[in-house]
Design a protein around this ligand. Structure first.
Ligand code: ZN
Length: 185
């Protein structure tokens, strides 16, 4: 899985520890904690900390984090990488029986991929009013003529998943500011 991706360069220490969700209660919070742990892995590789897992029949069949910098691939978002893994695991491009857990609301590309892969359910932690396309900025899954309806849930582990992303961008802005005297934004 994504642990195979080699570190691109020495990344700043991640101040967020991985979560250890209960093994007894495998609910949405349990699987979102695993997605959060993927986000921690992303930070450790100096990638924007967004993580995703895909679950089928209570088992994790895919886990990935954002790897745009490492792979030099603008499509290497956590959701896309996880969907590709899940399709391989299932042996079918149709993922109707699967749930995607992702730490941030999917962007236009990834929201489109959730529909094209016919995911049964998407659970995201926090909504993105700028780029989120499952209810934040727009609602791709509600296009009136879609044949496939993906069920969408949000707000699971919202504070933790927002905090790691905001802290990463704060750290990057501070580093950019330290590198030169021009304002970071
Ligand atoms: Zn995306």
């Amino acid at each position: 899985m994504s642990d195979d991706v080699p570190p691109r360069r020495a990344a700043p220490d991640c101040p967020f520890a991985k979560l250890h969700p209960s093994q007894l209660v495998k609910d949405d919070a349990h699987f979102m904690a695993l997605a959060f742990n993927q986000a921690v892995e992303a930070w450790r590789r100096d990638e924007v900390p967004i993580g995703a897992v895909i679950v089928r029949d209570g088992a994790v069949i895919a886990a990935a984090h954002n790897a745009v910098e490492t792979l030099k691939d603008p499509t290497a978002h956590a959701e896309i990488l996880a969907i590709t893994q899940a399709a391989k695991a299932v042996g079918d491009w149709r993922l109707n029986a699967c749930t995607l857990y992702v730490t941030k609301e999917p962007c236009p590309m990834c929201a489109g991929a959730t529909i094209m892969s016919r995911l049964g359910r998407v659970v995201y932690a926090w909504g993105d009013p700028k780029m989120g396309c499952l209810g934040g900025a727009t609602a791709t899954h509600d296009l009136p003529r879609l044949n496939h309806r993906v069920a969408v849930v949000h707000g699971v582990l919202e504070d933790e998943c927002r905090a790691i992303l905001q802290a990463y961008f704060r750290m990057k802005r501070a580093a950019a500011h330290a590198d030169d005297d021009t304002p970071a934004d």
